[in-house]
Ligand binder design. Structure first.
Ligand SMILES: *Cc1c(COP(=O)(O)O)cnc(C)c1O
Length: 408
């Protein structure tokens, strides 16, 4: 059978279903899972050439596996980047990126609102190796500019952030990074390539926790970095080969299949989130709703330009809301009451699942911060975060109304 090559200029939704390594041996329509640690070489001389990078071919799954390669090619096609490298988790992606691109004496500028483990990894762990980090406001471009130093190598942002959904201007940060001779790295976990391709706004590298929307059904831990072939081949792959934060072929296969439905899930979950956010805004016991799709959101206009689905601005599927309370302790009790009254939502801090999850950031994801740090981050005791799934919208409203309508 002659090999068919995909036409050029396909839509992202088509690439999401069709891009993969063509290794079909038996005509299987669903991509095969290559669950093997190593690959047999036809003879000793072939092994020599493959180990010397003189011939293409798989050797060992720590640094090359056809199932992982299919996931990498598919995600790169969706992000509009030349290349992608899969990693064991989202944090492993950030670890690999820092190990490969930074050395002692380098400086990073990082949004202070990024994922908590990212703050720990960059600020504390890499601090031990002499990498210096300045944390700045997610939305204040002047602070990013003012933090630039001669040794600045990376700017790191995440948009929208967890749980307050603050949106940063990727284009403005890319301009600052490039004028300083640095790279802009964007953690695109919340938008996924269905809503936003950070490289189209000037970002150099895109980080993913495949654990979230890419898998989409809360099954596996996975991660990836998308970017230029030059950075990935010359800087990231050698470190992966020595350090081994590799993506398991099984997890890669789950994510590969998850990507096929990403766009349609993001569309449905974002529609549910917008409906729920608008409904929450009208609830008398709710003081404030944080959702980029609402006109009341401070970066609504920017979000609608930067996050697009089928030609429309899209707020994504994470919604946070604050309950009223006479004081912080009463607000916390009210938040716990609403969470504990649900019978459908899962009480868990994961997100990106088809199942709606509900969590209390101040005592879970942000529980290790001091009260002063929490206050400066805007994480109040009355704050509840929803990662909206695919359940029927009226059932979700009713589930939250159980607690909201019975607050004393
Ligand atoms: C979950 C998450 C990560 C870490 O990903 P893991 O797969 O859990 O390691 C990084 N960034 C963001 C924004 C996340 O939500």
């Amino acid at each position: 059978m002659t090999e068919r090559k995909l036409p050029d200029n396909l839509h992202r939704d088509t690439l999401a279903v069709r891009t993969a390594v063509d290794k079909s041996q038996y005509g299987e329509n669903s991509e095969a899972l290559f669950l093997t640690s190593s690959f047999v070489q036809s003879d000793a001389a072939t092994a020599v050439r493959r180990f010397a990078n003189e011939e293409e071919g798989y050797i060992y799954s720590r640094f090359g596996n056809p199932t992982v390669a299919s996931m990498e090619q598919r995600l790169a096609a969706m992000e509009g980047t030349e290349a992608c490298i899969g990693t064991a988790s989202g944090m492993a992606a950030i670890l690999l990126m820092c190990m490969a691109l930074l050395k002692c004496g380098d400086h990073i500028i990082c949004s202070q609102s990024v994922f908590g483990s990212t703050i720990k990894l960059i600020g504390s762990e890499f601090g031990k190796f002499g990498v210096e980090t300045t944390f700045v406001s997610q939305t204040d471009v002047a602070q990013w500019q003012a933090a630039v130093k001669p040794n600045t190598k990376l700017l790191f942002a995440e948009t929208p952030t967890n749980p307050l959904t603050e949106v940063c201007d990727i284009r403005a940060l890319a301009d600052i990074a490039h004028a300083a001779g640095a790279l802009l790295v964007v953690d695109n976990c919340f938008c996924s390539p269905a809503l936003s391709q950070p490289v189209s706004f000037g970002a150099d590298l895109v980080i993913h926790s495949g654990t979230k929307y890419l898998d989409g059904q809360g099954r596996v831990i996975a991660g990836a970095i998308c970017g230029s072939k030059k950075i990935i081949d010359e800087q990231l792959i050698p470190v992966m080969r020595s350090a081994g934060m590799s993506l398991s072929p099984f997890n890669a296969w789950v994510v590969l299949k998850g990507l096929e439905t990403l766009s349609i899930r993001m569309q449905a979950q974002s529609a549910n989130a917008l409906a729920l956010a608008s409904w929450l805004e009208a609830q008398p016991r709710v003081a404030r709703v944080y959702y980029p799709g609402l006109e009341s959101h401070p970066q609504h206009a920017l979000a609608m330009r930067q996050q697009r689905l089928n030609g429309h601005g899209c707020g994504g599927a994470v919604v946070a809301f604050e309950l009223r309370g006479a004081d912080a302790e009463q607000a916390r009790k009210n938040a716990f009451h609403v969470i504990d009254s649900t019978r459908i939502c899962s009480i868990t801090s994961n997100l990106g699942d088809t199942k709606t999850t509900v969590t209390h950031p101040a005592t879970t994801s942000h529980g290790r911060l001091t009260e002063a740090q929490r206050q400066s981050a805007g994480i109040s005791q009355g704050l509840v975060r929803l990662a909206v799934g695919l359940e029927y919208i009226d059932d979700l409203k009713a589930d939250l109304a159980l607690g909201l309508d019975s607050l004393t």
